[in-house]
Design a protein around this ligand. Structure first.
Ligand code: ASP
Ligand code: MG
Length: 408
């Protein structure tokens, strides 16, 4: 008998009809002889609406109370699903995160799971029930309710799958898997049958919104196979799994893009040791996360440093860069919000040459200028003008022939 953890997001439980659909999927899995745990998010936009409500009272609500408030969203959907499953004649029971022993640290609104006591889950499964668990929430050692950060239900599901040593964690969503590129931009993008955790982590952090990156990390650390699939059909989706040797035969698995960053350049910086340490130290101390960095070798003892930050952090980062410029006598600070990052990801890069050249060729053919480049073992990213993103993604996808590659 297999243990299966299923997760359904807010759009899959948005109304009673959709909840009935989820109930049927869970029952189907149970009737195939499996033990089933279902994790659900809050219905539709409930979490957003609850947050809005609090902000109508104050712009600075207490994080503990916010957790108390937004954890109610999932409590509604678990009860609704239990009612639906029971109405179809199957035993089911709903539980909050605290009730099934999801223990977290004290960081309200972004708590980390520290332990899961699986005894309640085991007992319920052994009694033959479908067990429904509220996503996105847990409890501290002092019995305080916490939430795991926006989109945290994925994490609940994978963590429960790890605790139960489940055979698979099915993440049901409104797309039917992970694609070689965003199908809205690349109509001939191909669904991947499988992808490694590391590739999925890169894609998630590069802007592919299919899976929460912390859930992929937990999946990797506990070796939980994650199946990304559609809640509207039962066609197999994409398996996120441990890297195996044959994956290296495929040079590039996917192309990702991200419009969420902005670029800052500090021009005419004195060229001496300690300058970069100072600038990035100031940014880091004030919580600004820097992504790409480039330093031009200048002349006459001066150079230019450019870097990218999240658009949300741009105002703060500019303030810091201005302070830095004043303190060091740098000439000027400029910024650009109209940039985007395109990236290729693939474990096969480790053993193939020319990947970067192929990517640059695709951009060159389309006259797209590269402003910055960064690489990791399994990723190459180029910063380009935002207006070129769609063309760039399509060109790179074509150049690597991703629509034809065979991945099994
Ligand atoms: N309901 C929570 C949110 O909207 C958790 C989730 O959907 O995964 O962020
Ligand atoms: Mg959600």
């Amino acid at each position: 008998m297999a243990v299966i953890v299923q997760k359904f997001g807010g759009s899959s439980v948005a109304d009673p009809d959709k909840i009935r659909n989820v109930a049927r999927i869970a029952i189907g899995e149970k009737e195939r002889g499996n033990q089933v745990v279902v994790v659900v998010s809050a219905m539709g936009k409930t979490t957003d609406n609850l947050l809005k409500l609090a902000h109508e009272i104050t712009s600075d609500p207490d994080p503990r109370e916010i957790d108390m408030l937004i954890s109610t969203g999932e409590q509604i959907s678990i009860a609704m699903l239990a009612i639906a499953i029971q109405s179809m004649g199957h035993p089911a029971r709903s539980f909050t995160g605290p009730q099934v022993g999801i223990l977290t640290d004290n960081a309200h609104r972004k708590a980390k799971i520290v332990h899961i006591n699986d005894s309640v889950l085991r007992r319920e499964l052994n009694e033959g029930r479908i067990v429904i668990v509220a996503g996105f929430q847990g409890m501290t050692m002092d019995n305080e309710v916490t939430t795991l950060g926006r989109g945290g239900s994925d994490l609940t599901a994978v963590a429960l799958a790890a605790a139960l040593k489940a055979d698979v964690c099915d993440i049901y969503t409104d797309v039917d898997g992970v694609y070689t590129a965003d199908p809205r931009i690349v109509p001939n993008a191909r669904k991947l049958d499988r992808i490694s955790y590391d590739e999925m982590l890169e894609l998630a952090s590069l802007g592919a919104k299919v899976l929460h990156s912390r859930c992929v990390e937990v999946g990797k650390n506990f070796n939980v196979p994650i199946h990304v699939r559609s809640s509207f059909n039962l066609v197999p989706g994409t398996m996120v799994v441990q890297e195996v040797k044959e994956m290296e035969d495929i040079v590039v698995s996917g192309v990702a893009y991200n419009r969420a960053e902005a670029k800052i350049s500090v021009l005419g910086v004195p060229d001496r040791p300690g300058i970069a340490a100072k600038l990035f130290g100031m940014l880091g101390d004030r919580g600004v996360v820097v992504d790409m960095i480039i330093q031009n070798v200048g002349s006459s003892g001066l150079n230019d440093i450019s870097f990218t930050v999240s658009k949300d952090d741009l105002t703060e980062a500019l303030k810091i860069a201005d302070e830095f410029a004043k303190e060091t006598g740098a000439r000027e600070v400029i910024s650009d919000r109209n940039i985007a990052k395109v990236s290729v990801v693939g474990v096969g890069m480790k053993s193939h040459s020319n990947v970067a050249a192929t990517m640059f060729k695709a951009l060159a053919k389309n006259n797209i200028n590269i402003q910055m480049i960064s690489t990791s073992e399994i990723k190459i990213s180029c910063l380009i003008d935002e207006k070129d993103v769609d063309v760039a993604v399509r060109a790179i996808h074509d150049e690597f022939e991703l629509q034809e590659a065979v991945k099994s």
